[in-house]
Design a protein around this ligand. Structure first.
Ligand code: KG4
Ligand code: ZN
Length: 332
């Protein structure tokens, strides 16, 4: 029997989860609305709100899981990558909790945890390819085992989530823009406007050219017609989303061919995008892929994925000492 407390605090969501023998018994996420006024995450404000949220969030995770804090066998926490000030709050809490309860401490890489979120329900067979798309990363990862992962392609500039968020900003929509662009795109025509597909060799990505072309497109059209944005918002969102999705899926198809793998997963905040989810399912039926798409609550940042990653490390007795420090940049 193993009961793991997972703590996630890498960006602007404070989250705690209890995992009992590989089953997620609770997954509590406290969002930070304070950033909406600034059009992006303000790191110092994020750390302060994490400090306010962390104790009640952990208490709720324990209570929803119907356990006592003495039942917890180990604490897993996000060590990185992420905002350093935010990571310090989760790391310090995890260290203090482990010390006070005399239980082991487990460090988790946030990007690996996004992938391991698949083992909460579906448990894909190895090897598989995972497209991890979040606000800070865009990676195609060859997953050979729970902790044997290799990045075979990644973005050379902006992340896919950033492309969504920056598009939203250009269109005057509030932060975080990804979910809003997704919502507006549902009522729009994806073929209304054509945005360029970057020609990047291999399995790497680039999104900064797309952002610039959207900026010039909007500037020129608004100059000619001041009501252009208001009258075409749904079509613009649908067209941009369709381009971002086609960039992602084309590289994924290339990777599947190159590695001769037809088990394909998506992970990270952008895997919540309805266009990507539908596009992936369509490509799967066309090419005979077996696809793995996480439940919505395990796509964006959450501690469930940290707790499940911690569970697999617990089985290997892979622990760290009290001298562990968070890392803003962290590779695997
Ligand atoms: O994984 P995540 O929660 O945090 C990071 O580790 O970055 O990803 C956040 C990103 C943001 O850029 C957000 O706009 C994007 O995921 N996102 C979406 C959707 N939901 C979240 N992008 C497009 N469509 C969505 N439905
Ligand atoms: Zn994330």
């Amino acid at each position: 029997m193993a009961t793991i407390l997972g703590i996630e605090s890498s960006c602007d969501d404070t989250s705690a989860s209890i995992c009992i023998d590989g089953r997620i018994a609770s997954n509590i996420i406290a969002n930070q609305l304070v950033h909406q006024n600034y059009g992006g995450v303000v790191p110092e404000l994020a750390s302060r709100v994490h400090q306010q949220n962390i104790v009640p969030t952990v208490q709720e995770a324990i209570s929803i899981a119907k356990i006592h804090k003495n039942d917890i066998d180990a604490v897993a926490f996000t060590r990185g990558p992420g905002l350093l000030g935010s990571l310090i709050v989760g790391t310090s809490f995890a260290k203090a909790f482990a010390l006070a309860s005399k239980i082991p401490l487990i460090e988790v890489n946030h990007m690996q945890a996004h992938i391991l979120a698949h083992f909460i329900d579906e448990k894909p067979q190895f090897p598989f390819l995972c497209l991890t798309v979040s606000g800070g990363h865009t990676q195609i990862v060859l997953v050979r085992d729970h902790f044997d992962m290799e990045i075979v392609g990644e973005t050379t500039d902006d992340a896919a989530g950033e492309a969504f968020d920056k598009t939203a900003k250009i269109l005057g929509l509030p932060y975080p823009g990804g979910p809003l662009v997704d919502k507006l795109a549902r009522e729009g025509n994806p073929n209304a406007f054509k945005f360029p597909e970057p020609q990047i060799p291999g399995l790497d990505f680039s999104f900064s050219g797309l952002k610039t072309s959207i900026m010039y497109f909007v500037r020129d059209r608004v100059k000619a017609d001041p009501d252009f944005l208001t009258n075409n918002l749904n079509d613009i969102c649908a067209s941009v989303q369709s381009r971002i999705v086609s960039i992602l899926l084309n590289k994924l198809k290339k990777a599947a061919l190159e590695y001769n793998i037809s088990r394909i997963a998506i992970a990270g905040g952008v895997s919540a995008n309805s266009g990507l989810r539908t596009g992936l399912k369509d490509t799967a039926s066309e090419l005979g892929w077996e696809v793995f798409i996480p439940q919505f609550q395990y796509c964006t940042d959450n501690a469930g994925m940290i707790a499940i990653a911690g569970y697999f490390k617990y089985l290997k007795q892979d622990f760290v000492g009290q001298d562990v420090a968070p890392q803003a940049r962290m590779h695997f």
